[in-house]
Design a protein. Sequence first.
Length: 285
Amino acid sequence: MTVRTVGVLGCGLMGSGIAQVSAAAGYKTVVREVNDGALQAGLARIRKFLTDGVAKGKVTEDAQSKTLANLTGTTSTDDLKECDIVIEAIVENLEEKRAIYDAVEAVVRPDTIIASNTSSLCITELAASTGRPDRFGGLHFFNPVPLMKLVEVIRALTTSEETARTLTAFAASLGKEPIAAPDRPGFIVNRLLVPYLLDAIREYERGLGTIEDIDNGMKLGCGHPMGPFTLLDFVGLDTTYYIANIMFEEFREPRFAPPPLLKRMVLAGYHGRKTKRGFYSYSST
């Protein structure tokens, strides 16, 4: 299948990034949000990223202009009717995803592919909630989308070979490195990453060291670009807690169970960078 027009559902942190790289790759891109305020905030994020890139010499003015020219924002699903592929990047709520799939399927062509950027939900279950389970799959991007090279391509049990090939080729056309991941909670990356992050919290609770010392230990001793607590704040403690609960529900293994400290920090609203407080304070940034 030839992809010419791409739709993106959601213009938040992930959706705006996906829309940006799609438009930058030359695709006519339509990004849809629930209201104009959220849409304008997402489009402003894209413009700022490109403007900063030009200022730093990492993006040419011509590339900036072409990306923005390929990008259209909307609050109506009707504007997605010409899309060859629609990538959903909304909240991790099964019922809300089902509702938006229904709305999209009412306007797009029968051969349009729908993909989800979910980091935790079952792709087969999402596919089964649509009228095109053979033309549904997972495209899991990583934050920040314009900079991170990896995309996990996840096949549902019902995903056709043609759909899988199209999704893989599309991800590669964005300048990403696609890998095939199984339709199991956490896919590949989070399946390995989340237990590491949870272990760091547990060992901190047991007095292994300070937050700063543990972070520095993993950075300077293992060559990680950031320590586990810095990464937790970046990913979002609420997001990590949500994924961990889904993985624990699936596998019932202690290593996937969220530590008490993580649960309490989430309940307190300490979600990391986005709330200005997590394991570190970001009130001055």
